[in-house]
Ligand binder design. Structure first.
Ligand code: HEM
Ligand code: NAG
Ligand code: NAG
Length: 355
């Protein structure tokens, strides 16, 4: 009796209000921070108008621009303001840098979108990247902040790694921005939802793995397959190419999979999709805050949708390949022979449709 009377008293006096008060947005969603309400229709417009509801070219390109924008940063200073939208605010400068080739297309979508919706260029890129990932089955929810101010200065040339740079050079550049080699490999899970236009212009939108619409471990597995020499005698003569027709392999990914500093982490992600997604989410959140003070931003992670699960929990060996085609590179752990092999004969990897 005493205890229930006490509970009524506590409830009536409001002392028991331990739950944080929530705000109700126009669409009925309740949020912890009312400032996130404004981003709900913006999220939906990104999904419908920019990404067209799919984990396709525009979603992929938004994740890529998030990297290129943010990595304009150095812990020592002098290499840009990080995740600040300078890639759009100073597009007349930054889009001329060779490593940013092809980024102009997504800037043409995101710049008018940010202006029409009254959000900063940094927010359209980094909030947009998290929303883009939510369309890719298997992708994690990345902790997502909004409220970045527009950039005040461009990043200088040379902050974005080039796929023909040696591993040592790429790791040094990433360490300068604050990332360990394990975090670099975690970020490269993004190449699971990726294609190229600029390195080999003859094969536009050639994907980096056989499932570019799914955020899965396939890229780590398929890059570990023994390569063939690039056909022809052009500028990429001698470069190692994917053995799978239609698939494009970046030279840097090929080397990360085989370098003693990164091969074991690479293999771990090939074998553990859940760990890959978790480590990616952590590194991606860190990337989106380079140069920013999170205390001055608003955490709107709660309005980022959870992506559908990946159709398969474990990577598979693609049709036409076998366990023997895995080029073992990690010195301390054998690649297990437990992965299943896709049925059928070799098929060409389809290009990512243009949007
Ligand atoms: C660390 C070294 C990296 C190198 C050398 C590299 C290089 C490249 C290159 C050359 C392309 C093809 C661009 C084109 O021709 O259209 C590409 C695509 C892509 N990259 Fe990376 N990248 C790196 C890291 C990252 C990171 C950290 C992320 C994101 C976290 C990322 C996300 C992407 C995505 C999503 C695409 C596909 C874009 C599309 O399909 O439109 N990359 N990358
Ligand atoms: C960002 O800069 C553009 C001009 O470059 C301006 O039109 C826009 O209002 C600015 N946005 C914010 C949120 O400050
Ligand atoms: C490259 O191949 C073309 C034909 O595909 C040939 O005409 C040309 O001589 C070759 N160049 C070299 C340097 O081998």
């Amino acid at each position: 009796m005493i205890s229930s009377a006490l509970i009524s008293l506590v409830l009536a006096s409001g002392v028991f209000a331990l739950a944080t008060p929530r705000s109700t947005c126009a669409d009925g969603t309740t949020v912890k921070n009312a400032a996130c309400c404004r981003f709900i229709p913006i999220r939906d417009a990104l999904i419908n108008d920019v990404f067209e509801g799919v984990c396709g070219e525009n979603a992929h390109s938004t994740v890529r621009i998030a990297f290129h924008d943010a990595i304009g940063f150095s812990r020592a200073g002098g290499k840009g303001g990080g995740a600040d939208g300078s890639m759009i605010a100073f597009d007349d400068i930054e889009l001329n840098f060779p490593a940013n080739a092809g980024i102009d297309e997504i800037v043409e979508d995101l710049e008018p979108f940010a202006l029409a919706n009254g959000i900063s260029f940094g927010d359209v890129i980094h909030f947009g990247s998290s929303v883009a990932l939510s369309l890719c089955p298997g992708a994690p929810v990345v902790q997502t902040f909004v409220g970045r101010a527009n950039a005040t200065a461009p990043a200088p040339d040379g902050t974005v790694p080039d796929p023909f740079n040696p591993v040592t050079q790429i790791l040094a550049r990433m360490a300068d921005a604050g990332f360990s080699s394990d975090e670099v490999i975690a970020l490269l899970a993004s190449h699971s939802i990726a294609a190229q236009d600029e390195i080999e212009p003859e094969i536009q939108r050639a994907p980096f793995d056989s499932t570019p619409g799914i955020f899965d471990s396939q890229v780590f597995l398929e890059v570990q397959l023994r390569g063939t020499s690039f056909p022809g005698n052009g500028s990429h003569e001698g470069q190692v190419e994917s053995p799978m027709p239609g698939e494009f392999r970046l030279q840097s990914d090929h080397e990360f999979a085989r370098d003693s500093r990164t091969a074991c982490t690479w293999q771990t992600f090939a074998l553990n999709q859940a760990l890959m997604a978790q480590k990616f989410a952590q590194a991606m959140a860190k990337l989106s805050l380079l140069g920013q003070n999170p205390n001055q931003l608003t955490d709107c992670t709660e309005i980022i949708p959870q992506a559908a699960p990946a159709p398969l929990k474990v990577a598979f060996i693609p049709a036409g390949q076998t366990h023997n085609d895995i080029e073992q590179a990690c010195a301390t752990q054998l690649f297990p022979s437990t992965l299943s092999t896709q049925a059928g004969t070799t098929t060409s990897v389809a290009r990512v449709p243009a949007q």
